[in-house]
Design a protein around this ligand. Structure first.
Ligand code: GLN
Length: 503
């Protein structure tokens, strides 16, 4: 039987409706593929029993023409920092390795209510702190495009949602939730050759997404096509009574036209993104797509976002301040790993944290507390907040002044996926400073951004570009992304050797 998993969500659901295939077959394929591709380490946990049960129910619904939605029976994956009721949610950390949430994150609840089937929870850097999916108690995730997965010549999947991006790129699921605080959805999407979308802050609920930096975190969506991305978005977006930062207005589902014209659309090329360390391959790709847009009638022009370079420093300070406050909940008593120490409450806290957190988390807690000391608060935290405002204002101006643009086109990452052995030579902080250069500013200002895979580098690895637009202009952003997608015709599964070898 033809592998319908290779299609898109609309085609899959069409095949369900026509009785060509049913959700039980597809879930069998998904779980089978996940097992065969264990070497990638995309999943920290598979959920076969629940998935088989849901697939059976979904199959029954299709037989009776009672499907719940256009996502009924669609296999999905969820990053392991979203709470899933009765299913372990570990944040890839020892601290939460035994944590079983009693409720679903709102976005998960909405997906499950729409009939989507959870195949498994995916790997990440502990608590989402990283850009490689290399700092997990379950070990690193390997990039499916690696030249060689068995020797040490394999490449990182990017992060911190590397497990989700890999599960999608490998054709195991149609879509996956990631989280995006500084680029964690877009970065792995770029390295794995898939769509990675960071919605406007406030469009999706953060309730049940274990917080990293509350003022920047958003649930992200990873898929193989822009249409699939918007279908998932339509199922999960909207106000949530448990998250006061969601916009109160009812969400109007996005409809992406099939016939799109970019004629007259204003595209900005921010000069600050042409930065040190940008590879020739990425630069060429960037120019190629800018030219393509211009040839089709778009107005492409250079713009300036002058505070871009400050972004990495500001992000780092604010991130660590919020991390130090967020991590205080893990004391071994209310939550998380409890050390064996009964000498005093303080000792129990200290030992539980010493054992439960990795060095990256501990370093951020310490740095955050330092920045928040009374004598440092104004010098670091307040100053960083002010510069954050300047970064947000850069975007506001570039989108809203008289000569404003509609969309910004930039690289997502500075190069294609690095080799694991090269990547881990630098510290987590240095990795983030390089990896997140193009992605962090969007989180600082809350604007939507998306990675669109474009082509393969000279080494045969995916290169993606990033589009950003003004706050809550998400539908427009996805429309332009869809246009680019239709022009470049990058099919992740067709290009992918490992996938091809399996089919
Ligand atoms: N790399 C960044 C960090 O470690 C971003 C992570 C993310 O977006 N979750 O903080």
């Amino acid at each position: 039987m033809k592998r319908h998993i290779q299609s898109n969500i609309k085609q899959l659901v069409g095949a369900y409706k026509d009785g060509i295939i049913n959700p039980q077959n597809v879930i069998d394929y998904s779980l089978d593929d996940a097992a065969k591709l264990k070497i990638l380490n995309a999943f920290v946990r598979l959920c076969p029993e629940a998935a088989f049960h849901q697939a059976k129910e979904s199959t029954f619904r299709y037989q009776n023409k009672q499907e719940k939605s256009y996502l009924d029976g669609v296999p999905i994956a969820v990053k392991d920092n979203f709470c899933t009721k009765d299913i372990h949610t570990t944040c890839a950390s020892k601290m939460l390795q035994d944590f079983i949430p009693p409720y679903n994150a709102t976005v998960c609840e909405k997906l499950f209510n729409s009939g989507a089937i959870l195949v498994g929870k995916t790997n990440l850097d502990q608590f989402g702190m990283g850009s490689g999916t290399v700092d997990s108690i379950f070990g690193p995730t390997k990039n499916i495009w690696s030249e060689d997965l068995t020797s040490n010549m394999w490449r990182i999947a990017g992060g911190s949602s590397g497990g989700s991006a890999t599960a999608v790129a490998a054709g195991i699921v149609f879509g996956a939730l990631g989280s995006d605080t500084g680029g964690s959805t877009r970065n792995p999407a770029s390295y794995c050759g898939v769509i990675g979308y960071k919605p406007s802050y406030g469009l999706l609920s953060r309730h049940g997404l274990i917080p990293l930096v509350n003022s920047m975190d958003v649930p992200g969506i990873i898929t193989r096509t822009v249409n699939d991305c918007s279908l998932i978005l339509n199922a999960v977006a909207g106000p949530c009574k448990y998250d006061s930062t969601t916009v109160k207005k009812e969400f109007n589902p996005f409809i992406l036209e099939d016939e799109i014209s970019v004629s007259g659309i204003k595209i900005g090329i921010p000069e600050e993104y042409n930065c040190e360390g940008l590879s020739e391959d990425v630069k060429e790709t960037w120019i190629k797509i800018a030219d393509l847009l211009e040839n089709e009638g778009a107005i492409v022009k250079k713009v300036s976002l002058p505070h871009t370079e400050a972004s990495i420093f500001v992000y780092s300070i604010l991130n660590q301040c919020e991390v130090s406050s967020n991590m205080a909940r893990y004391d071994g008593i209310e939550y998380g790993h409890r050390a064996e120490d009964e000498s005093s409450t303080e000792q129990l806290y200290a030992k539980s944290r010493a054992e439960g957190f990795n060095t990256v988390v501990k370093t951020r807690i310490l740095a955050g507390n330092y920045f928040l000391l009374r004598r440092n608060y104004e010098k670091y935290f307040l100053k960083a907040l002010k510069v954050r405002r300047l970064i947000a204002d850069d975007f506001k101006k570039v989108f809203n002044n008289e000569n404003g643009v509609d969309v910004l086109l930039t690289p997502t990452t500075l190069s294609d996926a690095p080799l694991y052995t090269d990547f881990i030579k630098s510290s987590n902080r240095d990795q983030c400073a390089v990896q997140d250069y193009c992605t962090q500013p969007a989180n600082m200002s809350g604007i939507p951004a998306i990675n669109v895979p474009i082509r393969l580098s000279s080494r045969g690895l995916p290169i993606g570009l990033q589009l950003m637009s003004d706050n809550f202009n998400d539908q427009f952003l996805l429309t332009i992304a869809k246009w680019i997608e239709s022009q470049v015709n990058f099919d992740c599964l067709e290009n992918n050797q490992i996938y091809a070898a399996r089919t």
